[in-house]
Design a protein around this ligand. Structure first.
Ligand SMILES: O=P([O-])([O-])O[C@@H]1[C@H](O)[C@H](O)[C@@H](O)[C@H](O)[C@H]1O
Ligand SMILES: [Mg+2]
Length: 267
């Protein structure tokens, strides 16, 4: 079918939802087959765990986008520098959880973000194990299975027996006691947890654009904010660091009263 002209970004997003469901089924089925969950050697596998299933899902997405939206690019490694509409895909975000299957683990997702002129226009993140489809379109809100998402209203300090055992950059941004720290993985789902109001902050360094592109717009459309790990700059999705939060503390608050729960995958 040819590209729709009335609202091309919306039809691309609708297509991403359908492809994510198909991809989710494919990944769930692969969990039953040892070979499909095992890491394979690739040029980048020293730093990036890849399974046969990642590759199959990647092919599925690329082929379906290319046949339905021939003018769109599909990438894993760049936020397109030009106007060119670009799908930024992570076939399985949380490959480690998928590959080294922990019984009952749910923290992997199929993620697609869509950028035009370096602006993320929509994001789709599908947690197949939970059957949760997170979607957001810039300016039109964020949803999970069609229900609107809203970040947590938490702003003040929580009673907490814990201190945040983090490195100095995190301490600089989030320098207070927090209720708890979780590092279970899937950057995209951790960010969706911020969007859904389950936690107040997700932080990671060393992250890639394809891990966070889709969920970035889900966070902001749910009322959240993205910023860099200095706590001062706007986020650059290519910078490999990100903080996604329900709100951004003022400098005064950040040293005295802002105490969200934290997810930190680098602990
Ligand atoms: O490799 P992948 O499974 O797509 O993505 C990884 C996951 O999102 C993980 O939670 C995060 O901690 C890593 O930094 C990512 O690389
Ligand atoms: Mg990923």
């Amino acid at each position: 079918m040819a590209e729709q002209s009335h609202d091309p970004w919306q039809s691309a997003m609708d297509h991403a939802v359908a492809v994510a469901r198909k991809a989710g089924e494919m990944v769930r089925a692969a969990l039953q087959v040892q070979d499909k969950c095992s890491p394979v050697q690739t040029k980048t596998s020293a730093v990036d765990l890849v399974t046969e299933t990642d590759q199959e899902v990647e092919r599925l997405i690329i082929q379906s986008v290319k046949s339905k939206f021939p003018s769109h690019s599909v990438v894993r490694r760049a936020l397109c520098a030009h106007y060119c509409p670009t799908w930024i895909i992570d076939p399985i975000d949380g490959t480690t959880n998928f590959s080294f299957v922990v019984e009952g683990t749910r923290l992997w997702a199929c993620a697609s973000g869509f950028a035009v002129n370096q602006q993320v226009e929509w994001g789709v993140v599908y947690s197949a194990i939970e059957d949760k489809m997170y979607t957001a379109r810039r300016g039109r809100g964020a949803f999970c299975n069609g229900r609107p998402l809203q970040v947590s209203p938490q702003t003040g300090q929580r009673e907490s027996p814990y201190r945040c055992p983090t490195d100095s950059s995190l301490r600089k941004v989030l320098s207070l006691p927090v209720h708890g720290v979780r590092g279970a993985g899937s950057a995209a789902l951790n960010m969706c947890a911020v969007a859904a109001g389950f936690v107040e902050v997700y932080y990671e360094t060393g992250i890639h654009v394809w891990d966070v592109a889709a969920a970035s717009v889900i966070v902001t459309e749910a009322g959240g904010v993205l910023f860099d790990t200095t706590g001062e700059g706007a986020v650059d999705l290519m910078s490999r660091t990100i903080v996604a939060a329900n709100n951004k503390p003022s400098p005064r608050e950040s040293s005295s009263s802002w105490t969200p729960a934290v997810q930190d995958n680098n602990i």
